[in-house]
Design a protein around this ligand. Structure first.
Ligand code: EPU
Length: 338
């Protein structure tokens, strides 16, 4: 049975590297232990797995439960399909690499995303033309009060752009314990249309790329653009790319003709927040111990390693204010603030 500890620093448990204290802390490696802890605990709960999508602005007056369950299993479905199930505490990137090593295709574009398997469905992680939902079959989750295990399939999860039912209707009600993906075993469908991937594959002269080549391309692009959380604290994209009305975009286009834009329906257009922040002059901007990453303006960083959560939050709010002033576009934070 895992041990509950008091007054533990959470610096190593969040990728921003913010040094706040948990009143109580337990790292859980077994689902039965998790159930026992849930049933015996009297404190409010605070769940952490990879800690890659959170900004901690104060000490956590709760029982912090670190989900550290491990294990991967698979089941062949037909001559081109395998279901692969990973426990929530598996490191996401290691899991993706494990699939690629076994020549199971589908997740390669999601290489090097920080975090763990269990939190990936919550915000439907995505990168380079692929989202988690594209290969998702189901996940299992324990209800925090009844301790019952429930299964959520693709439809029940209500996935959207960096969104799911776990962020909305049933927020904070469940703990995801494992996730099952549907992957290809022979006829891989490579997603290489994203401009940066095409360029990278051309550079390495891969005419008939494998899933490993696509993963390598993604890894190379991410390494160039995004800071490694083990070197510089960060949480990936801090803001979501805003989705605005087409009519509003047409008006903005007159003043900002070079603004990149991606139609997502007949009436809506997605604008890259990184471009807006960059063009507003924030790339590489530093405020106290917090900053904007010099290679990707969408990423806020713990510049000195000693930033308080509130310093990063106040930089984020300053950027939001300036972007609204300049473009009349509200920026929504992707990262959860505590
Ligand atoms: N751009 C700039 N300046 C910047 C950053 C971006 O001008 O500092 C421009 C780029 O030139 C490009 C456009 O903005 O025209 C889009 O940039 P990029 O392809 O780098 O992607 P992004 O929209 O900034 C999104 C995801 C990333 C994901 C990439 C690749 C969101 C919030 N972010 O970023 O996800 O890796 O696409 O698919 O959707 C994350 O969620 O943590 C994350 C890193």
């Amino acid at each position: 049975m895992c041990q509950i500890k008091e007054n533990i620093s959470l610096k190593a448990y969040n990728t921003f590297g913010i040094d706040v204290t948990a009143k109580s802390f337990v790292s859980v490696t077994d689902e039965d232990d998790l159930r026992t802890i849930l049933s015996e605990n009297k404190l409010p709960l605070f769940i952490v797995s990879g800690g890659s999508n959170m900004l901690l602005t104060k000490n956590i007056n709760a029982l912090v439960v670190h989900i550290n369950t491990k294990g991967i299993s698979s089941e062949i479905k037909n001559d081109n399909e395998i279901y692969v199930t990973a426990k929530a505490g598996e490191n996401w990137h290691d899991f993706v690499q494990y699939c690629i090593k076994n020549d199971w295709g589908g997740l390669e574009n999601l290489s090097l995303i920080p975090g763990c398997v269990g939190s990936a469905p919550i915000q439907n992680i995505g990168a380079y033309g692929v989202e988690l939902k594209d290969n998702f079959v189901e996940c299992k989750a324990i209800h925090r009060e009844t301790f019952e295990v429930e299964v959520f399939d693709l439809e029940t999860c209500k996935f959207g752009y960096r969104d799911s039912i776990f962020k909305n209707e049933i927020k904070d009600q469940y703990i995801i314990t494992e996730v099952t993906f549907k992957l290809s075993t022979t006829k891989h469908i490579l997603k290489t249309a994203y401009g940066a991937i095409e360029d990278e594959l051309k550079k390495s002269q891969k005419n008939l790329p494998t899933i490993q080549d696509v993963a390598n391309a993604v890894i190379a692009i991410r390494k160039r653009k995004l800071p490694d959380p083990s070197e510089v604290g960060n949480s990936g994209s801090f803001f979501k790319n805003p989705i605005i009305e087409k009519g509003d975009y047409e008006i903005l286009k007159i003043r900002f003709p070079e603004m990149p834009h991606y139609p997502i329906s007949d009436t809506k257009v997605k604008i890259p927040a990184g471009w807006l922040i960059d063009q507003a002059g924030f790339k590489g901007f530093v405020k106290g111990n917090a900053g904007v990453h010099p290679n990707q303006a969408l990423v806020l960083i713990n510049k000195t390693g000693t930033a308080k959560g509130n310093e990063i939050l106040s930089l984020a709010q300053f950027i939001q204010k300036e972007i609204t002033k300049k473009y009349t576009i509200p920026l929504e934070m992707e990262v959860n603030i505590f």
